[in-house]
Write a protein that binds this ligand. Structure first.
Ligand SMILES: [Cu+2]
Length: 209
């Protein structure tokens, strides 16, 4: 414990040093905070050696709360359901998330069993991984190389009815191999509903040309 060290203002004065109390407080706080650590470097996955990425679903959130991916890399997504409810991980930009939210809404009272196939509008197909309670599903997937250019940003979202509204969404942070962000979050991004909040309104879905 740093605070138990004898380097208090009184002790320092006792050895002839004039140290301002605020400086000691700053030093002690620095000890507690530790050395600033940036995001860990990422070795992008390849088709030969995909990078392993864990996404844990809970009732009703994702762990980690932000998923770091390198555009163009190939990953093996391990989606592990640590919750009691069935969950899914849909990876795509916000327009895609909202299209799936609208498309899955009619299935709120679906009977137990395999997840129904969702008639998502053309152009909004996305990587969708459904996992039952206690299950783990592994999927090898290549991140689109242009994903970071999506104006609305990318997310991992669960659109099993009611889950998005409970805040079951995690932003994807696109990074370079060094772990540094490729771009700041775009201005004017659609708001992500907070836990317990109401979901963003579904967009007017236009068919793809
Ligand atoms: Cu869910």
């Amino acid at each position: 414990m740093h605070r138990q060290l004898p380097a208090t203002p009184t002790a320092l004065r006792g050895i002839g040093l004039a140290v301002a109390p605020w400086l000691v407080a700053l030093l002690l706080a620095g000890c507690d905070a530790g050395v600033p650590v940036g995001p860990p470097p990422i070795t992008p996955g390849t088709s030969v050696a995909p990078r392993e990425v864990n996404i844990i679903t809970r009732d009703y959130a994702y762990v980690p709360s932000t998923v770091a991916l390198v555009p163009g890399e190939t990953v093996v997504l391990h989606v592990i359901n640590g919750g009691l409810a069935v969950h899914e991980a849909i990876l795509g930009d916000m327009e895609t998330q909202l299209a799936w939210e609208a498309a899955e809404a009619p299935f709120a009272d679906a009977p137990p069993g395999p997840a129904p196939s969702i008639p998502v509008p053309p152009g909004y197909d996305a990587l969708r991984i459904v996992v039952g309670s206690g299950e783990r599903v592994d999927v090898t997937w290549t991140v689109p190389s242009d994903a970071a250019t999506a104006a609305s940003g990318w997310f991992v979202g669960c659109h099993i009815p009611g889950h998005w509204a409970k805040g079951m969404v995690a932003p994807i942070r696109f990074v370079g191999p060094g772990g540094s962000p490729l771009a700041a979050p775009p201005a004017g991004s659609p708001p992500v509903s907070p836990p317990g909040g109401s979901p963003p309104a579904a967009p007017a879905v236009e068919p793809s040309p």
